[in-house]
Design a protein around this ligand. Sequence first.
Ligand SMILES: Cc1ncc(COP(=O)(O)O)c(C=O)c1O
Length: 284
Amino acid sequence: MTTRINLNGDIRQDAHISVFDHGFLFGDSVYEVISTHHGQLCFANEHLRRLRSSAQAISLDIPLSDEQMIEEIHKTVEAAGNPESYIRVVVTRGVGAMDIDPETCTQPNVLIFVKPALQYPAENYKDGINVALVSVKRNPKEALNPGIKTGNYLNNVLAKVEARKSGAADALMLNPTGQLTECTTSNFFFIRDQRLMTPSLNCGILSGITREVVLRLARENGVLVEEGEWPPDVLQNVEEAFITGTVKMIMPVTSLDGKPIGNGKPGPITKMMMRLYQDVLKSL
Ligand SMILES: Cc1ncc(COP(=O)(O)O)c(C=O)c1O
């Protein structure tokens, strides 16, 4: 089980970048996390598309084409040689003056981290997790748009710290107008009146790749889907809930602020979505 890091094409066990890189100084970077299934990259095109759109949104040029990026990812995955990989692609603004202005940063750094795949405890999937509705608000779209996957995750870090203090596994955040958004590294879904509901992109969330797959699978399998803007009260009579993300896939949420959701166990629609998602991964 090994870690390999590709820094601008050079693959090593460890890598170092300058303390003057604006990614380090200001969180001025974009990134993606890609997983593998049976050694194959999952949804690589979707991740690279989102990386490019995040970079464009912060006026950062990615110095590699998608084909070159895929080649570098494959080389790094091969060098690490793990059965399943966790892959993090980071593009930083690069080295520049100790000044917020990115003008002096002329060469972005491209890092590809490959580690053994992360495994969440099996109980998380069998029994579900407890999520806390936290006081920390998700960044508003008009400030640091959560739709851009930047390396500036302090908003989410603060939410996670608050959730941990209350003994919850993750934090569910509202936007500044009081609507549900997402968790710290995942999208949030709930089931009410047999309908699969999730905050719309308009609320200020990341357009999760797993979220998109789940919405498509639900529609294809006759589950009614609603994307909307809701206050947290909507969660009062919820039957089921789950979160989605590349690494955790679909993880049931069985309590909110310590109070059971439905009967406190993963429900039938959640289980069905988990099964359908596994089938998609198998077919990749
Ligand atoms: C804030 C946030 N929301 C949602 C997600 C889930 O996105 P995806 O399904 O593309 O992994 C992530 C993943 O890192 C995230 O950081």
